[in-house]
Design a protein around this ligand. Structure first.
Ligand code: PBG
Ligand code: ZN
Length: 330
């Protein structure tokens, strides 16, 4: 235990008097190198659309993507996570099962444009299935089918890895997903492709704006039977332990700010790198308040990201990645 000198000799403010002094003693700093930027890829040609619920975020068609990728790379961001809006969705999410699906094509474009920009591939069914759920569904009773979903994740992960994905990030909270994907990748020779598991993903209303960005709202029911209940923290440790046992290289907590206690608990209990996803709703609410003149966007965004790191996240998925890189440049 440290003992602190008592008044009148002690002056904590000594270390806060100048910007350089504060920088010197700062415990946690946000850098673009630890930020992962989610991007939205839309079917079609020559089209860039702003996402109305997420000011400053856009859907890009593949032919318009290269310029954006170069800009992201130039800002010093090391990784992107693409989400696809395919032309055709079906019950099997089959767009991800062949090499000319929207995401495999986007991955190749990104890797051709900037080979050292890492692609972390979100691996789920919901963006690509017509029913909008993260699992294969039995059409006779709308039940979620675990084993066929694992087969899907296994196959689609190999398709993404073959396209050049540097990491696979299963996001569906499907029991056994990490093990299934590890088997699939190993079987296809991708032994060194890491898995970042959305290990503790909550059934959160903060995903609202994303549904509109990725055009993937569930067509019936909700995700409460596979995503976690917001009241639970101990259960997150169980989910993380299982995923690590199955072979997860990095574990994620999502959302970030409302779940900082979970980020800290995971950090304290496990020794693998921890990621936190600062989600669409966290982004949108800062923008909404800033548009009203109620909050300073830059300061609140950087404070949020700093706090997520302070809670224990090694890396943050955030729609503020580009902005933060620009703000931190000067
Ligand atoms: C799909 C997925 C979602 C997000 C990332 N991957 C939506 C969901 O689970 O409903 C949310 C991202 C965000 O809100 O920023 N599995
Ligand atoms: Zn999903």
């Amino acid at each position: 235990m440290t003992t602190f000198p008592t008044y009148p000799t002690y002056r904590p403010r000594r270390l806060r008097r100048t910007p350089n002094m504060r920088t010197l003693v700062r415990e946690n700093t946000v850098t673009p190198q630890n930020l992962i930027y989610p991007i939205f890829i839309r079917h079609g040609k020559d089209d860039v659309r702003e996402i109305s619920s997420m000011p400053g975020q856009f859907q890009f068609t593949i032919d318009r993507l290269a310029k954006e990728i170069k800009e992201i790379h130039k800002l010093g961001i090391l990784a992107v996570m693409p989400f696809g809006i395919p032309e055709h969705k079906d019950a099997q999410g089959s767009d991800n099962l062949h090499d000319d699906g929207i995401i495999p094509r986007a991955i190749r474009l990104i890797k051709d444009t900037c080979p050292d920009l890492m692609v972390i591939s979100d691996m789920c069914l919901c963006d690509y299935s017509d029913h909008g759920h993260c699992t294969i569904i039995d059409p006779s009773n709308n039940h979620m089918l675990n084993e066929p979903t694992l087969q899907y994740l296994r196959d689609a992960s190999v398709v993404h890895a073959r396209a050049g994905a540097d990491m696979i990030a299963p996001s569906g909270m499907i029991d056994g997903m990490v093990h299934a994907i590890r088997e699939g990748l190993n079987g296809a020779g991708f032994v060194y492709t890491p898995i970042m598991s959305y290990a503790a993903k909550y059934a959160s209303a903060f995903y609202g704006p994303f549904r509109n960005a990725a055009e993937c709202a569930p067509q019936f029911g909700d995700r409460t039977t596979y995503q976690m209940d917001p009241g639970n923290a101990r259960e997150a440790l169980k989910e993380v332990a299982i995923d690590i046992a199955e072979g997860a290289d990095i574990v994620m907590v999502k959302p970030a700010l409302p779940y900082l206690d979970v980020v800290a608990a995971v950090r304290n209990k496990f020794d693998v790198p921890v990621a936190a996803y600062h989600v669409s709703g966290e982004y949108a609410m800062l923008h909404a308040a800033a548009q009203n003149g109620w909050l300073d966007l830059q300061r609140c965004a950087l404070e949020s990201l700093t706090s997520i790191k302070r809670a224990g996240a090694d890396m943050i998925l955030t729609y503020f990645a580009k902005d933060a890189a620009k703000w931190l440049e000067n």
